[in-house]
Every structure is written in C-alpha cells, then in structure tokens.
Design a protein around this ligand. Structure first.
Ligand code: MN
Length: 379
C-alpha cells in the first residue's frame, strides 16, 4: 500500500481523503492543517503520523503541547509545509490546502520527485508553467483531484493526448444559475454558501456561486492537459452527473459519470491506476431521468470571463485574477463587500494591473500580493 502526506487534512477534501485512507489502509506519514488543532491532533493520533504541521504560527504551542513526549515531529507555517513536502518515503503528497499557499510546497515536493495528488487549483492557476515544467523535468505525476479534471484524466486513459480535439468542462452553474445581475444585488453570504449539488469548503463554494471556480478550472485544465483556450468548451450541466468529457479527432466524445461526491476522484488520484471499491453511492441514471445542458452566462458572471481573458493574456494575469478573487472572497465572507463586488474587483484588477513575466516563484507571489493590495485599496 501507498504512503501519503496530506496538506489540508482537516478540510472537506482532506477529511474525505482520510476516509479513503481508513478504508484501504493507506499509510499517512504527515498531516498539515491551517488552524484546526483539535481535529489535526485527533487525525494524527488515529493514523500514527510521524509529522504534523499547523499553518497558523500562533497555534503552534497548543499543537506542540498535544504531542509532548510522543516522538511526533511538530512543525508550523510555510516552512513546515515545505518540510513535509520533501519527506523521504512518501509516494504521494495530497495538496488540498485553499489558495495560493499551496504553490510553494507543491514545487518543493516536485523537486524532491514526489507525485502530487492535486486538489489545490490555485497552484496551477498561479504557477502553472513553473509547476508543469518542473514536473516534466523531474518525471513527477500530477494526479488531478478536482472532479472535472479527474473525469478528463479518466477519459484519457488508453488514448493519446495528441488525438484530442477539445474537452467539455461541465459546470453545475452554482446556486445562482439563470439569475441576472440585478437579481444578485442583495445576495447574502448564507445564500451564496448554499450550493445545490456539492458540499465543499467556504472559499470554493463562493467561487462556485460566482463561477470563478469554473474559470480557475479552465486555466487548470489548460496546464494539466496542455490545451489551448479554444480547446475547452464550458457546458452548464445542472445535475453534475457528467463530470466532464473529451472529444477526440474522430468525433467520439468520452464522458465520465458518477454521483456528485468527491470520494471517487480523491480515491482515483490516490490509488491510480487501480479501480477498487469506493464508498461512493452508485449512480442510477433512471433516478435522474433527464440530464440538461446549456451555455454559461458570461455576461452575469464576470469572474468566469475574467479568468478566460487572464489566461489568454498569460504571464502574471492568472495570478492577478486569482489573488484579487481570494482577497475579495475573504471580504465578502466578512460581510464587508457585496456579492457582485467580487466580480467587479476581479475585473478591475484584470483591467488595471499590468501583466508581468513569470519566471520563478517570487514573480508569482509578487503578482499575487500586488493584486490583493489593489483590491484592498478599492474598498
Ligand atoms: Mn471542480
């Protein structure tokens, strides 16, 4: 069985990954979380992890206290995440942290030659070229965890990348599907957090409501599968049964289906290429009866338009729109800006900040910082 480390173990993906580890006796070498000391402690004890890391430095003492006299190595901050990323004897690092924080440890793990199960889409959105070039250089696998990208990856098995015409990236449309801007003026945080199909963390749920999530996934797909923007068609599919599809040069379209549950894509990444029992509920197509498909509304959902424009410009622009969005979502969740303001801020960052070249991690972090500062200066 494989040995893995998990960055972001107390979040939605992290806890489901540990369910899978429990089910299939996957060994856990190290666990890292943002700030949930009690759950992290519980997890590390259950799985006998050798290393634990808490990202929030001020929680370090508390965590250290919990492991006194146990021999477990306790780490903190970005340094701790990067130390975990390069441990010996780890087959796969699952990166399920939220935001740009995930980029540096991913680069460190790739440098060390550790395969990555990637749930943190911001890693590829902000540092796509750096990550993919380094992974190719080191012969490291990037195994997608995001359900759409897992679907595409599954549809590619046994086929050649150069035989792809395009991919069909499905989108649930989020809680505000069919609404126009004037109907979204007074959306509350609670309404935006109420996703119809998927149960996820707060940041990604807001991103799903603004369709930023689909924009990030568009960029993520380009890097993962070496595609041009015109090779990606976004299709709104409300039922989230078809997780995405690939159209080949002969016109054949292969799709991957399943119930909307993250356990299957997580397990596929961790146990790739094996297909064994997964706790996921069986799909019953007759229970659904019909499946619907439509075009996305680029007019209403500024963030989706902004992401596609950003990757078309290239350079630092994907990091700029991502940084602006991370900051804006934080402000929205704190009730400091309105729902529509998220898209407005992302759009104005795209229009006002000049693109720069990305040649190293620092270039990414600078673009990210500049964009967050821009957003804060506009409210
Ligand atoms: Mn997704």
């Amino acid at each position: 069985m494989k040995t893995i480390s998990v960055l972001g173990s107390t979040g939605s993906i992290g806890t489901q990954a540990l369910d899978i580890a429990r089910l299939h006796n996957i060994k856990i070498k190290a666990l890292a979380a943002k700030g949930n000391v009690s759950l992290l402690t519980e997890q590390a004890k259950e799985f006998s992890a050798d290393y634990v890391c808490i990202y929030d430095n001020d929680k370090y003492k508390e965590l250290k206290e919990n492991f006194k006299g146990t021999g477990v190595k306790v780490l903190c901050g970005m340094e701790g995440l990067c130390e975990i990323a390069v441990l010996d004897g780890v087959d796969i690092m699952l990166n399920s942290v939220v935001g740009t924080v995930g980029l540096k440890p991913t680069l460190a793990a790739i440098e060390k030659g550790v395969d990555i199960a990637l749930a943190n889409k911001e890693t590829l959105v902000t540092g796509g070229k750096l990550v993919i070039d380094k992974a190719n250089d080191k012969g490291v696998k990037i195994l997608p965890v995001d359900s759409e990208h897992s679907a595409i990856f599954q549809c590619l098995q046994g086929n050649e990348m150069n035989e792809i015409n395009k991919i069909i990236l499905t989108a649930s449309g989020g809680p505000f599907f069919g609404k126009k801007k004037r109907e979204l003026e007074n959306v509350s945080v609670e309404q935006a957090l109420n996703h119809p199909n998927w149960s996820m963390g707060n940041k990604i749920t807001i991103d799903s409501a603004t369709l930023m999530n689909k924009g990030l996934e568009f960029i993520e797909a380009m890097w993962l599968f070496d595609l041009k923007p015109e090779q990606i068609e976004i299709v709104v599919h409300r039922e989230s049964v078809i997780h995405s599809a690939v159209e080949y040069k002969d016109g054949s379209v292969i799709a991957q289906m399943g119930v909307p549950d993250m356990r299957l894509p997580i397990q596929y990444a961790l146990l790739y290429p094996k297909r064994i029992y997964c706790k996921e509920k069986a799909l019953s197509l007759t229970d659904y009866g019909t499946l619907s498909f439509s075009k996305p509304d680029y007019e209403t959902f500024d963030c989706l338009r902004a992401c596609i424009k950003a990757i078309t410009i290239g350079g630092s622009m994907p990091a700029v729109v991502n940084g602006a969005n991370e900051q804006a979502v934080e402000l929205f969740l704190d009730n400091r800006i309105s729902f529509l303001k998220i898209g407005e801020l992302v759009m104005s960052a795209l229009e006002r900040i000049k693109p720069t070249k990305i040649t190293c991690l620092d270039d990414v972090l600078q673009a990210d910082k500049a964009s967050r500062e821009f957003v804060l200066s506009r409210i």
